[in-house]
Design a protein around this ligand. Structure first.
Ligand SMILES: *Cc1c(COP(=O)(O)O)cnc(C)c1O
Length: 387
């Protein structure tokens, strides 16, 4: 027995179940990824619009950067000396696009979710959260100390019962969900959530649009834009690390919420602001996002093709988006299927517990707008090969 044996024992248990994770050694070349000498089309990134792999876009950005304007570090928290003008510009542009009074940006989506919830919820708050919300939301809920009930995924009847039976004894109730779920690629019924919110008093609606920002809606603002319910969401969170090909996150809100978070949100206060050059790149991308309709339409066409093919193969698919799980069940089967597709030139990964529930291990395909229809046809060939 040594001091670390509890760790090695746990690692051995994970390995025995096929759930041991290791960091992949990968080399990136635009849309491709090379691993163990094999070059594969990357179908596992969150670069949904293909912007991270777009050299022309980067060149255009770099052309407006000089050694004087390239600011690699904020060297401080926003509240001390780190509040560079570019952060305020970025927030003003977000507020303008979303038609809100204000916006606030953060170091990451993880910071946003694990920080906003503890700032706005306490032991007098009830949080009703979808069963499948992201780990960063779960951590935020835990840190808040609020009472929390997880409702069955997208089950509006159960949510309404909870609102009727439980929410009256609390000062306020927060409904927490994602708009587009990362593991099944399905969507929350935003309009129904908004109706529920308006039917009961004292309800706040928190929606994480991490996977929909940039991709959905006429201007790429997300599912709430598409559903026409932007003004009904109290906390709309988006991230820049996915379709926007940058890093960081934001909430769009009113002045009161912004001022409150600046005073009360620990992962906003006690952290160095993002490098200003990152915020400048985010702003550069954000300004172009509304005009990226062609990319969004192509991504939708890729999804429609894949979904139809899966239906033809009688493969059930919960997804209504560019994130497509193919559920295998057992972790080892998912791993085997992923390896097979990798050998055929497609970099897909198995998703296993604890990321997804036991017995629902899967491979997960993330489509990106820079995939061609020819590549889609090759992928369909590879998928129809029995594992
Ligand atoms: C990726 C993701 C996050 C975390 O965002 P980061 O900027 O990567 O920290 C939060 N919520 C959801 C739903 C996500 O998918």
């Amino acid at each position: 027995m040594n001091t670390y044996s509890f760790m090695s024992e746990e690692l051995a248990r994970l390995e025995a179940k096929g759930n041991l994770r290791v960091l992949p050694q990968t080399v990136h070349e635009g849309r491709y990824i090379t691993m163990d000498g094999r070059r594969m089309l990357n179908l596992s990134s969150n670069d949904y619009l293909g912007l991270a792999a777009d050299i022309a876009l980067r060149s255009e950005f770099l052309a407006c950067i000089t050694p004087e304007t390239f600011l690699p570090s904020a060297s401080s928290s926003r509240l001390l000396t780190g509040n560079f003008p570019v952060f305020e510009q970025l927030e003003q542009e977000l507020a303008r696009l979303y038609g809100t009074e204000a916006a606030l940006t953060f170091g990451s989506g993880y910071h946003a979710n694990s920080g906003i919830l503890p700032a706005v919820a306490d032991s007098h708050t009830l949080i009703l959260a979808d069963k499948l919300v992201h780990a960063s939301l779960i951590d935020g809920i835990r840190l808040s100390g609020a009472d929390c009930i997880r409702f069955k995924h997208n089950d509006m009847n159960q949510l309404e019962r909870l609102l009727q039976q439980r929410s009256t004894t609390y000062r306020r109730t927060l409904i927490v969900t994602e708009s587009l779920f990362s593991m099944d690629g399905d969507e929350a019924p935003l309009q129904e959530l908004v109706e529920l919110k308006h039917r009961y008093p004292g309800i706040l609606l928190y929606v994480d649009e991490a996977h929909a920002f940039g991709v959905r809606g006429k201007q790429g603002l997300g599912c709430a834009e598409e559903a026409g319910c932007l003004p009904d969401i109290d906390f709309l969170v988006g991230t820049f690390g996915k379709a926007a090909a940058s890093a960081g996150a934001f909430v769009v809100c009113n002045h009161t919420v912004r001022n409150y978070l600046v005073n009360r949100m620990r992962p906003f206060i006690f952290t160095t602001a993002l490098p200003p050059v990152v915020a400048a790149w985010t702003l550069f991308v954000l300004c172009r996002l509304p005009d990226m309709t062609l990319r969004r339409n192509h991504l939708a066409a890729l999804f429609a093709t894949l979904r139809q093919a899966l239906a033809d193969m009688r493969q059930s698919c919960p997804s209504t988006s560019h994130i497509i799980p193919i559920i295998e069940g057992d972790s080892r089967d998912a791993t085997r299927r992923a390896r097979l597709l990798q050998r055929q030139g497609f970099y897909v990964l198995p998703v296993r517990p604890p990321t997804v529930p036991e017995g629902t291990s899967r491979i997960r395909i993330s489509l990106t707008a820079d995939m061609t229809m020819e590549e889609m046809a090759q992928l369909l060939d590879a998928l129809s090969t029995p594992a």
